[in-house]
Design a protein. Structure first.
Length: 98
């Protein structure tokens, strides 16, 4: 009989790496655009994507904690995880709004 859980965990880990790679790619592209044409909008976009990439990385680490950590610690890390997303999406909002 095939044990499914380890296979699913490996696939999920690979998917998280893909999401992190894509977010880093967007950050790199926005940084290159900012260096080419230094405008405030592109700077906000670059900073926004950088914080979103940071949020993706933190969320990947937090999910690795799993049920090994206490529930209160997991809740604290989940709260901390949302801060880079809030900052990142706010910066993207500013870059598109202005």
């Amino acid at each position: 009989m095939v044990v499914v859980e380890p296979i699913v965990r490996i696939v999920l880990t690979l998917m998280r790496f893909v999401v992190f790679g894509l977010s880093l790619g967007l950050t790199l592209i926005s940084f290159q655009a900012y260096r080419k044409k230094q405008s405030q909008r592109l700077q906000y976009a670059f900073v926004g994507f950088a914080f979103i990439s940071m949020g993706v990385a933190i969320s990947s680490v937090i999910t690795q904690l799993g049920s090994e950590a206490a529930q209160l610690i997991i809740l604290f890390f989940q709260m901390v995880e949302t801060v880079p997303f809030i900052i990142g999406f706010s910066m993207l909002y500013l870059s598109l709004y202005r």
